[in-house]
Structure formats: structure tokens, C-alpha cells
Design a protein around this ligand. Structure first.
Ligand SMILES: Nc1nc2c(c(=O)[nH]1)N[C@H]1C(S)=C(S)[C@@H](COP(=O)(O)OP(=O)(O)OC[C@H]3O[C@@H](n4cnc5c(=O)[nH]c(N)nc54)[C@H](O)[C@@H]3O)O[C@H]1N2
Ligand SMILES: Nc1nc2c(c(=O)[nH]1)N[C@H]1C(S)=C(S)[C@@H](COP(=O)(O)OP(=O)(O)OC[C@H]3O[C@@H](n4cnc5c(=O)[nH]c(N)nc54)[C@H](O)[C@@H]3O)O[C@H]1N2
Ligand code: SF4
Ligand SMILES: [Mo]
Length: 791
């Protein structure tokens, strides 16, 4: 198995560990973002581009899905450091030309790090790797599309093809893409959401009838209490801190629940407020609970027990709108506090203090992200968040509600447009009415199932609309060999990444225009549209000249492939859609619920907000017509002696698999990425010292295979006992493909049971050496992890 450790573009020996920061943003952040932009884009181009970022007439930030303020309330620079980095990454003047691909074989490229690959700049021409070839060579658009169409038509069945999407694709591209896959005959439409907020979508759909946030930005400003659980906004949704600061000024309290005291959670200096730049910043968190990894379900049930005990409940809401409250109440009343305190690593006193904040708030907003979604029991945990919100009537009233904070800038819009392997039948009925063909009705493959399907030889074709599948997916070695078994891999991409080097028999890279770039088609200049975390949909227009005259837009590429594959099957006018995206939006307005009048609404400054029945009218479109309480047993992840629970997270200098640089400034890590954060006492208990080099090792279900990620430096850190943290994607080789969340199939990237082994001691340990035979698979309701101690 290869790991990034073999790839030497920088020396991990240069890694420096400094004291972590206690606050986020401020002057250094602005300086960093501008330096990066100037370096890669030049001064004039940077200034012109950043001026358009997140403005009503400009383009939508392609980094995260945090919403924009109302048009009249936006500042002149409505972006953050990481938004500026994302723009610089796309707007770079560096180019990966056919000449570059002639100089570097695929094997040579594969010897470099992900960071180096990204630094080679924008891909300028469509490229192909022919069967048996060592290099990519240029290919024309017509020939590339014909090749793909021929391969698709040569498959025995449509479900031998996988159509993956990453959440940066526009609504127009996403709608066209799902239409193409379904007209071709498959619902195999996995997306990055399957590895991200899938647990949220499943849990919320079952509990409240819709898998999306029930709040607007105004609710955040009006909240009395904001709970931030399993999320690191200072890095991943930086402008959320501005909203939280505003909420605090309006009187809100903030409760943070995270194994780490992430810089942004504790203190914040707003670079756009004079006070933020010179002053000492805002103390964001009123109470921080340093919870042990995966302790959230137990904590939330303890909150429930206390709210019930204190009768801090909204009885009128419960009677009128919910079902299952009695059973839930009986369940939480029976809570075992010893299980709660050992599982959470928190004392009963601290938990009670936090529950009082809930009790005393008339309007609470609950926010969460990957710290809650990527565990085996994530669906149950998110239903428990919902239970707590329902108990106090915190849904469908001002200043209150559920706010799953989405990742990719348009991941939510892609789902709305039908990128979903399990799309509801009414959506398929609408496709049938609009286009006159009967789309496939059985569910398709999600991400994990797609990997299984390629691994087992069932799927033979992979098309990625953006993303970096091989690095984002779990079990890197398995995913790599699965893709290599296919007849054809195709990637629609802006920049080079590892997935381009893990080739099917034939492989293509189709270079696309990005969000920052102008898109001129036969029908004139086009714009696209996107949806943020709060269901707000608006237009986006790129200001820059495209990186190369040979680029096509995503819609352009998809419609070309569709034409080459389907010809005029069903009479779908792919060419017309390409010429003028208003044609696509007209289809959207007739197919997608809530999108009537799309063309007009989306062009309004600030766009429009999609309907959300619980938010708008406390209507719950569940089986019972009421919001459903869920009863979940507390399961405890067993950690055998000598092991810790590892969470894999993002540094401050990356966007998912795109590594911008080697500075995780807030956590004090500079010049490298192969670090594992551990509690001082665990380092000693495991027989190591701070600074030692170790391999991380997982076993799964008595597999004969030992998964190993080599060469991590131990860094002593303020993290609860029994817990560890290291960066994604270097740790993805450790996540077993079959280790997924119950009900959502989301990989368990936030709770991997690992052992540490000294570098140089690599051997395949016998099961007894690792403690027991089925590590990581062992759950029970009774016992508790041995490494957790009360804080
Ligand atoms: N700059 C930048 N922005 C991004 C991204 C990026 O890579 N870079 N990625 C985008 C995407 S796709 C996404 S999904 C989001 C991700 O946004 P986040 O969810 O904030 O991302 P992670 O870095 O995975 O951080 C997870 C947080 O959960 C905490 N955590 C881990 N395990 C647990 C647990 O068991 N319980 C609790 N309570 N907390 C836990 C971690 O300590 C960490 O603070 O960000 C989006 N925005
Ligand atoms: N261990 C572990 N694994 C994880 C996670 C974790 O926390 N831990 N998080 C998971 C999550 S939340 C997510 S969302 C997934 C992310 O999975 P993906 O979405 O598949 O990965 P990204 O790194 O966001 O994709 C980056 C690539 O997208 C391409 N790209 C960039 N901009 C554009 C564009 O405008 N158009 C097109 N067509 N291509 C573009 C570039 O070539 C770039 O290399 O990873 C998941 N994997
Ligand atoms: S908060 Fe997110 S969407 Fe907003 S500018 Fe920053 S990265 Fe972009
Ligand atoms: Mo994500």
C-alpha cells in the first residue's frame, strides 16, 4: 500500500510544533489570504476577483456553504481567509499543459504529494491515457466525448456505470448530470455527501420530514443560545464566526461541545471590525465541554433526562406537533449516569451546567458538522439533537432550530437537483412527466457501495463530476485497486489530483472552467445558481477570463457526453441546454419542488429561499404527520487496552483533499502534516514520548489485513484521554470500507480504533498482540471504554 510518506516534496523533518492559538482570525489571517492571492494570481487580478466574491452581482464563494447576509448588509469584503485561499487556488496563473504531461509519466506524478500535484496549476487541455500507456496525451473534445459514449454503450447494463459528484457543481450542472445518468438508465449517483452530512439527511428526514436546516441567518442573530457541536468553524466556516459575534452582541450565549478547544470556538477577532483588529477579540464560548470522541449521544440523552426532570419542556408544542414523546421520556429517565460520565469524559456537574443553559434559553439554535456525522451511531446522535430541540419546541419559531452546517459550497443544491442514489419517487415521476421517459426506480449505489461494486467487478466505468474520489473515500488501498479494475475512469476537474493517477484501462481528464470564470456559450454569457446551508438559492457569475481557451464548462462537458452516449434518445435537447442555461432552469422550475419561477427568483439580488415545512409552518411530512421522537440505546465504542479512538479532521491550510499549504496555524503545526495529537498521559501510558515517530494501525472484523498509516510524529495536545486526532486524507488508509454509520452508510472517519507502533517495528501483529481479534467492531450497551477518564 502506498502512503504519502513515500512522497518527498517537502521534508516532514522540518515540521515545527508551537503553542496552539486561543483565538481565530485577526490580522495574520487577512495577511495570509492576501499574500497567497497575490503570489498565485498577481495583485491586479486578485483585487478584481476578490471584489466580486460573495457580492450579489458577483460570484459565490466555492469554499464552504455558509450563507451570505442580505445584499444591503454585506461589507465591501464579504469573504474570509479560506475563501480567499480557495479563489487563489483556482485563479492561479500556473498551468499543467500537455507539455507538462509529456514530461511526467503517471508513475512519476504518483510519486509526488497531493500538495505538489495541486501546485502544478490549472489543467489546460482534455487528456487521455490509452490502455497500456505510461503518459497522458491530449485529445480533442469531440473524440473524448465519443470515446466515453462508446464505452458507456458497450456496458452490458447501465448500472455498471458510476456517476460521482463533488459538492462544488452548480445546480445547472447537477440537474443535467442526474438527467443524463437516469436517461442512460441508472440511479448510481453517489456524491461527497455520502461521506459528509448523509447521517444528517437520513436522521432529519425521519424525524422532521426534511433533511435540511430549519433556520435562516436571521434566526442565528436572534437566538438566545447557540450550541456548536462537532464543528470547527474558525477553519471550516470562518464567516460563521462573524454571525456568532453578532448573535453574542444581541445577547446570545454559546455552548461548545468538542474534544478540542478549537481556536475559533474560544475567541474570535473579527478582521472587519476595528475592535477585532486592535482589541483582544470576542470571547465566543460561554461554556466549553471537552467531550470524549463519540460521547455525544450519551451527553444529549443526559440533557434530555435533566430537561425532563426539571420539566423544562414545551408541552403545547409536544402535544400538538410531535409523536413518541412518552417513550422517549421514559427512556431518558432511566439514564445510567455512570455510562454517561465515562462515555463523555465529562462530570455530572459540567453536564448539568450545560443543560441549565438549554433550560434557560427561550430560543436555541443547534449547529453541527462532521464531529457528529461520521460515527457508527451518527444517525441516532443526530436524531437525539432533534429530540432535544423538539422537547423545548425549538423548531419553527424565530431564533431557534436545527442548523447542520454543510461542507461544500453547493452540496445541498446538488441534492435538491436530484444528485442522490435514493431520490424520492415523486422526483422521478416529475422527470417522467417533463422528459417523457421512465427513469430507473430502484436505488443506486452510494459511495461505499460504488467502491464495493468496482472492487467486485460489477461496475466498470467511473465518471467524477469534480472531487478527488480516491483520496476522499475510505480504505485508500481498497478504493485504489477498485478504480484500477475498471475499463474507464473519467474526471471532470480543474486541477490535477491523485484520482487522475489511479486509472482504469483508459483514463480521461476533462478540464473545466471554475466558479471564478466567465462562461460564454452559443446563447451568450451564462450564469449558474447555487444553494447554501440555509436553503437560500442565488445566482453566481464568474469575472475572470478562463484559465485556457480549451476549457469547457461543466454543463458543456456533461451535455457533450450525453449527446455522444444517447444521441437523440427521448428527444432531450442537450445542445439547447448547453447554448443557454435558462433552458435548464426552465426544466428545473417544472421538476424540482419549490423551484417554480426559478429563473426570475434566482436572479433577484440575494436570490430566494426554498420552502421548508417545519421552519415555515411547523408542518412535518413524516409517516405520522408529526415530528418523531426517536429512542436510541447508548452504545459505547469499545477501546481495547493499548488503543485510542482516532478522529480525522482538517488542518487550517487545506480544502478537503486539496492541500493549500503546511500551516495549521491555530493548532501550532508548521511545515508538515504527519502528526498525531494525543493526551500527555496517554503518550506515557502507551510507552512513548512527545515527538516520537509512530505508525497508526487498525484491524477490522478479524480481517487478515492490517491497515497501517506510517510515520506520524506524536504531538502532546489538550485532547481528552483515550482520544487522538490526525489529518485527513493521510489517515484514510485506516478507515475500513465496511466501517460505516448505521442507517446512512457514511464512513466512520471520526471514530477509528487504532494502535500505535514504533516506526521500524512494522510487522503484521497477531490479533492477541493488538488486544483482541475484532477491534473496532466491538460494541456493547454496558461496558465503557477503558481509556476514558473523568475530566
Ligand atoms: N477551509 C476549509 N473549509 C472547509 C473544508 C475544508 O477542508 N477547508 N471542508 C468543507 C467540508 S466538505 C465540510 S464537510 C466542512 C467540515 O467542517 P467540520 O465538521 O468543522 O470539519 P472537521 O475538520 O472534520 O472538524 C470536525 C470537528 O469535530 C470535532 N469532533 C471530532 N469528533 C468529535 C466527536 O465525537 N464529538 C464532537 N462533539 N466533536 C468531534 C473535531 O475536533 C473538529 O473540531 O467544512 C467545509 N469547509
Ligand atoms: N478521513 C476522512 N475522510 C473524509 C472526510 C473526513 O473528515 N475524514 N470528509 C469527507 C467529506 S465531509 C467530504 S465532503 C469528502 C470530499 O470529497 P471530494 O468532494 O471528492 O473531494 P475534494 O477534495 O473536495 O475535491 C477536490 C477536487 O475537486 C476538483 N475541483 C475543484 N474545483 C472544481 C470545480 O469547480 N469543478 C470541478 N469539476 N472540479 C473541481 C479539483 O480537481 C480538486 O482536486 O471527503 C470525505 N472524506
Ligand atoms: S465562510 Fe465559507 S463561503 Fe464564506 S467566504 Fe469563508 S470559505 Fe467562503
Ligand atoms: Mo463535506
Amino acid at each position: 500500500m502506498r502512503g504519502n510518506h513515500e512522497k518527498r516534496d517537502y521534508d516532514e523533518a522540518d515540521l515545527e510544533v508551537r503553542a496552539p492559538k486561543d483565538h481565530a482570525v485577526g490580522v495574520p489571517a487577512v495577511a495570509v489570504s492576501l499574500t497567497r492571492s497575490f503570489e498565485s494570481m498577481g495583485v491586479v487580478r486578485s483585487a478584481e476577483t476578490l471584489r466580486e466574491l460573495n457580492q450579489a452581482h458577483g460570484f459565490d464563494c466555492m469554499s464552504c456553504a455558509w450563507p451570505d447576509p442580505e445584499p444591503g448588509e454585506r461589507s465591501f469584503a464579504e469573504f474570509c481567509e479560506n475563501g480567499a485561499k480557495a479563489v487563489a487556488e483556482e485563479g492561479t496563473r500556473t498551468r499543467a499543459t500537455p507539455d507538462f504531461f509529456a514530461r511526467h509519466s503517471i508513475a512519476d506524478l504518483d510519486s509526488h504529494t497531493e500538495h505538489w500535484l495541486g501546485r502544478q496549476g490549472r489543467i489546460t487541455h482534455p487528456m487521455v491515457k490509452w490502455p497500456g500507456a505510461t503518459h497522458y496525451v491530449p485529445i480533442g473534445w469531440d473524440r473524448a466525448s465519443a470515446l466515453i459514449g462508446a464505452q458507456l454503450n458497450a456496458l452490458e447494463r447501465p448500472d455498471q456505470a458510476i456517476f460521482y459528484t463533488s459538492g462544488r457543481a452548480s445546480n445547472e450542472a447537477a440537474f443535467t448530470y442526474q438527467l443524463f445518468a437516469r436517461a442512460f438508465g441508472t440511479n448510481n449517483l453517489p456524491d461527497c455527501s455520502n461521506m459528509c452530512h448523509e447521517s444528517t439527511s437520513i436522521a432529519l428526514a425521519e424525524s422532521i420530514g426534511i433533511g435540511k436546516a430549519s433556520v435562516t441567518l436571521d434566526d442565528v442573530y436572534a437566538a438566545k443560545l447557540i450550541v456548536l457541536q462537532g464543528q470547527n468553524p474558525g477553519t471550516n466556516h470562518p464567516r460563521m464566526l462573524t454571525a456568532l459575534e453578532q448573535a453574542k452582541r444581541n445577547g446570545a450565549k454559546i455552548l461548545t461541545i468538542n474534544p478540542l478547544r478549537e481556536a475559533g470556538l474560544v475567541r474570535f477577532k473579527n478582521p472587519q471590525a476595528a475592535r477585532g483588529v486592535i482589541g483582544s477579540g470576542t470571547d465566543l464560548s460561554d461554556l466549553h465541554l471537552p467531550i470524549a470522541i463519540n460521547g455525544d449521544l450519551a451527553l444529549l440523552q443526559a440533557f434530555g433526562a435533566l430537561l425532563v426532570e426539571w420539566d423544562a419542556l414545551d408541552h403545547e408544542f409536544l402535544d400538538r406537533y410531535t409523536s413518541g414523546f412518552e417513550q422517549w421520556q421514559a427512556h431518558v429517565r432511566e439514564i445510567d449516569w455512570e455510562v454517561v460520565t465515562t462515555t463523555t469524559g465529562l462530570s455530572r456537574r459540567r453536564i448539568t451546567e450545560a443543560a441549565r443553559m438549554l433550560r434557560d434559553s427561550e430560543a436555541t439554535v443547534f449547529c453541527w458538522a462532521m464531529g457528529l456525522t461520521q460515527h457508527r451511531n451518527s444517525v441516532a446522535t443526530i436524531k437525539e439533537v432533534t429530540n432535544i430541540a423538539l422537547a423545548q419546541g425549538n423548531i419553527g419559531k424565530p431564533g431557534a432550530g436545527l442548523l447542520p452546517v454543510r461542507g461544500h459550497s453547493n452540496v445541498q443544491g446538488d441534492r435538491t437537483m436530484g444528485i442522490w442514489e435514493r431520490v424520492p419517487q415523486h422526483f422521478l415521476d416529475a422527470i417522467e412527466r417533463e422528459f417523457g421517459f421512465d427513469p430507473p426506480r430502484e436505488n443506486g449505489c452510494d459511495t461505499v457501495d460504488s467502491i464495493r461494486s468496482m472492487r467486485d467487478g460489477r461496475a466498470q466505468f467511473f465518471l467524477g463530476l469534480g472531487g478527488n474520489f480516491v483520496q476522499a473515500a475510505p480504505d485508500t488501498a481498497v478504493t485504489t485497486s477498485a478504480l484500477r479494475k475498471t475499463k474507464m475512469t473519467v474526471h471532470i476537474s480543474t486541477k490535477l489530483n491523485r484520482s487522475h493517477l489511479v486509472c482504469g484501462e483508459t483514463a480521461l481528464i476533462l478540464p473545466t472552467k471554475g466558479r471564478t470564470e466567465q462562461d460564454i456559450q452559443a446563447g451568450g454569457a451564462q450564469y449558474i445558481s447555487v444553494e447554501d446551508s440555509t436553503c437560500s438559492v442565488h445566482a453566481s457569475r464568474g469575472p475572470l477570463t478562463p484559465a485556457s481557451p480549451h476549457l469547457e464548462s461543466e454543463v458543456g462537458i456533461i451535455t457533450r457526453i450525453a449527446e455522444a452516449t444517447l444521441g437523440d434518445r427521448y428527444g432531450i435537447d442537450w445542445r439547447g441546454m448547453r447554448a443557454d442555461y435558462a433552458t435548464i432552469r426552465a426544466h428545473i422550475s417544472r421538476v424540482v419542488p419549490g423551484c417554480e419561477g426559478y429563473e426570475v427568483n434566482v436572479r433577484r439580488p440575494g436570490g430566494f429561499v426554498l420552502p421548508h415545512p417545519p421552519r415555515d409552518s411547523r408542518t412535518f411530512e413524516t409517516g405520522s404527520g408529526r415530528a418523531e421522537f426517536a429512542v436510541s440505546p447508548i452504545e459505547v465504542l469499545q477501546v481495547p487496552p493499548g488503543h485510542v479512538i482516532l478522529q480525522t479532521f482538517r488542518s487550517h491550510d487545506q480544502f478537503n483533499t486539496t492541500i493549500y499549504g503546511l500551516s495549521d496555524r491555530y493548532r501550532g503545526i508548521e511545515g508538515g502534516r504527519r502528526v498525531v495529537f494525543l493526551h500527555r498521559d496517554d503518550i506515557a501510558a502507551l510507552g512513548f514520548d512527545d515527538g516520537d515517530m509512530v505508525n497508526l494501525v487498525t484491524r477490522w472484523d478479524g480481517d487478515t489485513c492490517v491497515r497501517r498509516a506510517p510515520s506520524f510524529r506524536i504531538v502532546e495536545y489538550a485532547i481528552p484521554r483515550g482520544c487522538a486526532a490526525a489529518y485527513y486524507p493521510e489517515t484514510n488508509p485506516l478507515v475500513p470500507l465496511d466501517s460505516t454509520a448505521i442507517g446512512s452508510n457514511c464512513p466512520t472517519s471520526k471514530s477509528i480504533v487504532v494502535a500505535l507502533e514504533p516506526v521500524g517495528a512494522e510487522h503484521s501483529p497477531a490479533p492477541e498482540e493488538l488486544g483482541q481479534s475484532d477491534l473496532g467492531a466491538d460494541w456493547s450497551h454496558k461496558s465503557v471504554p477503558q481509556l476514558h477518564h473523568l475530566s
